[in-house]
Design a protein around this ligand. Structure first.
Ligand SMILES: O=C(O)[C@H](O)[C@@H](O)[C@H](O)[C@H](O)COP(=O)(O)O
Ligand code: SF4
Length: 609
């Protein structure tokens, strides 16, 4: 094992010891030898089976020797990625019936498509929806009828929300069931080119729509390496998906057979199945470290600097940005998938995908092998990949070398010696930057500030020709407590055009960017946020700011006495109303700092004795 990865893991174990011990005590007390439903009173049990459409299922549920599997699904037609889940419950129930078990649809969870809401009012609900998903998962599982669960979710906040909710039922065995990416459309690079052309008035709206519809064209996850596809890699490397299953396209025979196999496999790891392996014993310090290694090796979404700490907290583990940056510093970048390159996730999968990545990272001593997974002990099981031969699932050892080194490389010949996740810090606070998608000559910007309180103000300034210069865009009052921490990805085309015109531009914000954002250096997730006494609230136009993506320095170059005397400006009024945002005000007020996951649950989890 790499000494630095070992050191971070050990530090994480020590730091987490009190809360991890409490967590393990809770889930071990909740686990019971017999099926959960066996502990219910007759009336409760009768209500729990009354809805069973099949007398066979109902009869089986009365017997205690077969598993009852909860299905928790985030199906809706809004997310192309989640549309394939429409037919999963029936597929799963049938697969369970064939082995004498039962599947019950325990509950749905909401899912927001960040692509539909990007730049719109709805985006201000996006991060809060993670917490709603976590609570909805708890509502579904709180029926306590279940011996295991299958969790159907893919996109941005949905996997983190499902994980946070499910971990509070960590005494149950669970498997996450992916849906796979849509087939490749026009390249993400071409999509971005048309967007920038439109931003410059060189492409019509019809040409833009044509391009977007050719990029996002059918059910399945969008093919860029954003938060959704980063979720897939993280879940598989944490041993919570079937091996090699993340990027098998939807509506294919192999995809359906993998869904059936997930149903069969989850019954094998129940008490009744004889190889009991609950979720809370899989998600431990080593698997959390493995998730950060996978994030770093693939240039994954900056959103995971919020989601992985929030997920870890739900399992009693206290992960920090310094842990993540230290792991990133020793983890080579092995994949170049848009926005970190031209390829998309279908190409990544074809070049060797997660299997090859696990192989080369294990070989390099960067992943913990001695971990629990849904397949049993040992991450080496994830060197297997699935094939459908004469209708039967067959597991074969994946490739030991990449099929395309323009997309995926071995740890011995990486694209970059480090993972490109930087902690940014200085007199403007602490934040993060992903430099893996920023060209080296753009990673350091020292320029006058231009302050905005809303991303639409920047768009207007661009269209008015006011931004044709070197500048650092400071977009403030976007943090979790202020506005729900929206993604500001709609700024990418404008800032990208200015960068392409040769200007040195950077973004500094207490908000977020999308996992699909990339080429412009952005110090994001600033803590403390402007509304919470953060120094961003004192920045004025034309203040000189240095954003150094190489060293992590984030500094306002104003004389110390003047800076000390500066007064913070007030947050803009009248925000957070309309489009249901006012319903989430209580949650925004409860959200922790970005470094603690911007979680509404941090304080209640910390209060657990
Ligand atoms: O974090 C992410 O990956 C993004 O939130 C992504 O899910 C979102 O949908 C982008 O907005 C899509 O990219 P475009 O907006 O460029 O299509
Ligand atoms: S990847 Fe983003 S845009 Fe695509 S379906 Fe998921 S949330 Fe929507």
């Amino acid at each position: 094992m790499h000494p630095r990865v070992l050191e971070v893991t050990q530090r994480l174990v020590e730091r987490s010891r009190p809360t991890r011990e409490r967590y393990l005590a809770m889930i071990r007390a909740a686990a019971s030898d017999g099926p959960q439903r066996g502990k219910l009173q007759c009336a409760n049990f009768a209500h729990g089976v009354a809805g069973c459409g099949s007398s066979t299922d109902k009869q089986r549920l009365r017997l205690m020797d077969q598993a009852n599997v909860a299905i928790v699904s985030s199906y809706n037609d809004m997310l192309s990625a989640h549309q394939p889940y429409e037919h999963y419950p029936e597929l799963i129930k049938q697969a369970l019936r064939e082995i004498g078990s039962v599947g019950q649809f325990a509950g749905g969870v909401p899912a927001m498509c960040d692509g539909v809401t990007q730049g719109e009012a709805g985006m201000e609900l996006s991060l809060a929806s993670r917490e709603v998903i976590a609570m909805s998962t708890a509502v579904a599982l709180s029926h306590n009828m279940f011996d295991a669960a299958l969790l159907l979710g893919i996109c941005d906040k949905i996997i983190p929300g499902l994980m946070i909710g499910a971990l509070r039922f960590g005494h149950l065995p669970m498997i996450f069931v992916p849906g796979g990416p849509m087939p490749s459309g026009i390249s993400n690079k071409e999509k971005a080119r048309v967007r920038q052309a439109f931003a410059e008035g060189k492409a019509t709206r019809e040409e833009l729509l044509e391009s977007e519809m050719k990029s996002y064209h059918s059910p399945g996850t969008c093919t860029f390496y954003g938060t959704a596809n980063t979720n897939q890699v993280v879940m598989e490397v944490m041993g919570l998906h079937l091996p090699g299953s993340s990027f098998v396209n939807p509506y294919t025979p192999l995809r359906d057979e993998l869904t059936r196999e997930a149903a069969r496999q989850v019954t094998r790891i129940t008490h009744q199945g004889g190889n009991f392996m609950p979720l809370g014993e899989i998600v431990d310090e080593k698997s959390i470290v493995n998730s950060v290694v996978a994030l770093s090796a693939t240039g994954g979404s900056t959103n995971h600097t919020l989601h992985i700490p929030a997920i870890a907290q739900a399992a009693g583990i206290q992960l920090t940005w310094d842990d993540m940056a230290e792991i990133s510093a020793v983890t080579p970048t092995l994949a170049q998938v848009y926005p970190n390159g031209k390829a998309d996730v279908n190409h990544f999968h074809a070049a060797g995908g997660v299997n090859f990545m696990v192989h080369t990272l294990l070989e390099a001593g960067l992943l913990h092998e001695d971990v629990n997974t849904i397949m049993g002990r040992g991450l080496s099981r994830y060197l297997q990949e699935p094939f459908l031969v004469d209708g039967k699932l067959e597991w074969r050892t994946g490739r030991a070398e990449s099929l395309d080194e323009d997309i995926l490389r071995p740890a011995s010949r990486p694209f970059n010696e480090e993972g490109g996740l930087r902690v940014m810090q200085g007199n403007l606070g602490r934040g993060v930057m992903k430099v893996s998608a920023v060209a080296p000559n753009h990673q350091v910007v020292e320029a006058p500030a231009r302050v905005f309180h809303d991303q639409s103000e920047l768009a207007a300034a661009f269209k008015a020709g006011e931004l044709e210069r070197d500048f650092v865009a400071v977009v403030r009052f976007q943090g979790p407590k202020a506005l729900g921490m929206p993604e500001l990805h709609k700024l990418t085309p404008y800032l990208g055009v200015l960068q392409d015109r040769g200007f040195k531009v950077a973004l500094v914000t207490d908000g977020r960017m999308s996992g699909a954002s990339g080429k412009v250096p952005a110090a994001i997730h600033l803590c403390p946020e402007a509304i919470d006494g953060g120094p961003l609230a004192k920045v004025c136009d034309d203040d000189l700011i240095r954003v150094d993506g190489r060293t992590g320095e984030l500094k306002i170059l104003v004389p110390a006495d003047e800076w000390m005397a500066r007064q913070a400006v007030e947050a803009p009024q009248g925000t957070g109303v309309g489009c249901g945002r006012e319903l989430f005000a209580f949650m925004r007020g409860a959200m922790s700092t970005a470094e603690s996951g911007a979680s509404a649950f941090t304080s209640s989890l910390e209060a657990l004795k």
